[in-house]
Design a protein around this ligand. Structure first.
Ligand SMILES: Cc1ncc(COP(=O)(O)O)c(C=O)c1O
Length: 465
């Protein structure tokens, strides 16, 4: 994009502004670099105040938090300081936001530049930052991809809503969606219906717009699994001709427990979907940036099949990307906010850091760190036995492993003990539940992974674990 000389661009280039920005980042780094190891509460008084603040938050929100967690606002790499002065190692990163860890200087730079402008941008009066991040993203979708347009939203759920609306408009009068067992799509009325979890829509109406297909089942074998899904699709679409608009898929299920299929499964299912004139929508809100390639559809070599894709989380901005053909008519998608100046600038910088940091491909940083983590988990399993650490599933920076009997109770119990030992992880899936980690591989070292593994082993070795 050609840069135009404006008063704002002069401000950003101004030598005083540049100098002060550097100084500010330095001061922040001097403080954040002290958050560099797991440690306990700083004082009994800090603990008391922390507990009072947590209690107050629970009262205000009407619900107890999952973890006794309130961030102080600062951290470094995988370490984050809590409001009681303790420091934890963060392996879940806000469910996948902080891939570059906490208080990253490159992102601080964007935040400070963002702070020199208004807070938010919108669709009616955008700045250049929105177009910059969309352009950067569309330059990364892959040579075989047909994705040509992008729309910015403020949450993954809204990116998915936009995907659904675009598909429905294009396929009118068809409205229904095929989705997969155990998928997660977000928390709006439409997305909670696509999400295959009845607990997430208790007391809510269901409009009968979604049909669930079984997901790939390793035990069943590839050929039978494909056959079963394709037959299901054919049967369902034949039963309701002209009703189905598209198929939504997470190529790697995050909430579903880090489950994915071999490429062949996706190819056969997508070819069947194409024959049925269904739009193929990949929800990459959790997968984007984390697997062996930037997009999970690239990791599986599926570029040409995707009509619509949604991204969010580690990008710090959310986006729906779609083909020229899917471009909706004016009026269908809009909204007050596209994002804050700081978030849009940060998102563009995240894309640069991701693509310039040697993260992707064979022997890329993500593959190396993922293998290192998984090998460490396998070593714990070999030592303690499968009753302590069971199934391990991983794709790049998405890792799940079963602990103990894999029930919610025992998994949660393990997570709480691990938290008390200073490591934050979360859960996913069911039957069995797995411990889920989305580690900050953008900053993490093998030495830090060793620390995490030691803590995991320590908790599993404890009595009653
Ligand atoms: C696959 C997937 N889709 C959609 C969402 C919803 O995104 P958000 O929470 O930003 O609305 C999530 C969030 O966890 C997700 O993992």
């Amino acid at each position: 994009m050609p840069s135009v000389d404006t008063i704002y661009s002069q401000l950003l280039k101004n030598s005083d502004f540049q100098r002060l920005k550097k100084e500010l980042i330095q001061v922040i780094q001097e403080h954040s670099s002290k958050v560099n190891e797991i440690r306990g509460v700083s004082s009994p008084e800090a603990k008391k105040n922390f507990e009072a603040a947590l209690g107050n938050m629970a009262t205000l929100k009407g619900r107890e938090p999952f973890f006794q967690y309130l961030s102080s606002g600062v951290g470094s790499g995988p370490y984050v300081e809590l409001l009681d002065g303790s420091v934890k190692m963060d392996l879940i990163t806000g469910i996948g936001i902080n891939f570059f860890g906490h208080s990253h200087p490159e992102l601080m730079n964007e935040l400070i530049e963002g702070a020199s402008s208004d807070v938010m941008q919108g669709n009616l009066q955008p700045g250049i930052e929105g177009a910059e991040i969309i352009e950067k993203m569309l330059g990364l979708v892959g040579e075989k991809s047909r994705l040509k347009k992008g729309w910015l939203l403020c949450s993954g759920t809204m990116a998915n809503e936009t995907a659904l609306k675009i598909i429905r408009q294009k396929k009118f009068p068809a409205t229904r969606i095929l989705a997969f067992a155990d998928c997660f799509a977000g928390r709006s009325t439409a997305m909670q219906e696509i999400t295959d979890n009845p607990k997430y829509r208790e007391g809510q109406p269901v409009y009968g717009e979604v049909t669930y297909l079984p997901f790939y089942d390793e035990k069943m074998g590839l050929a039978r699994s494909i056959d079963m899904v394709v037959k299901h699709m054919e049967w369902e679409v034949a039963r309701h001709p002209t009703k189905y608009a598209g198929m939504m898929i997470e190529l790697i299920q995050g909430e579903g427990g880090i489950r994915y299929a071999p490429r062949e499964f996706y190819v056969k299912v997508f070819e069947a979907a194409r024959k049925m004139n269904l739009a193929i929508w990949a929800d990459e809100i959790q997968t984007f940036g984390r697997t062996k390639q930037l997009f999970a559809y690239q990791t599986f070599g599926l570029e040409e099949y995707i009509d619509v894709v949604t991204v969010g989380k580690l990008l710090h901005a959310c986006m729906t990307l779609y083909t020229e053909e899917m471009n909706p008519r004016a009026g269908l998608v809009a909204g007050t906010f596209t994002g804050s100046y700081a978030a849009l600038k940060t998102g563009r910088r995240v894309l640069e850091l991701l693509t310039e940091g040697g993260y992707y491909g064979d022997g890329g940083r993500i593959e190396k760190l993922s293998n290192y983590f998984v090998q460490g988990l396998e070593a714990i399993r070999a030592k303690l036995g499968e009753k302590k650490l069971g199934v391990i599933r991983a794709s790049g920076g998405m890792i799940g492993f079963q602990v103990l009997d894999g029930t919610m109770d025992q998994t949660k119990n393990f997570l709480m003990k691990l938290f008390n030992e200073g490591v934050i992880a979360f859960y996913a899936g069911h039957d069995p539940y797995v411990v889920r980690i989305l580690p900050p591989f953008g900053t993490m070292t093998e030495t830090q992974i060793d620390i995490a593994l030691k803590k995991i082993e320590g908790v599993l070795t404890q009595e009653n674990s």
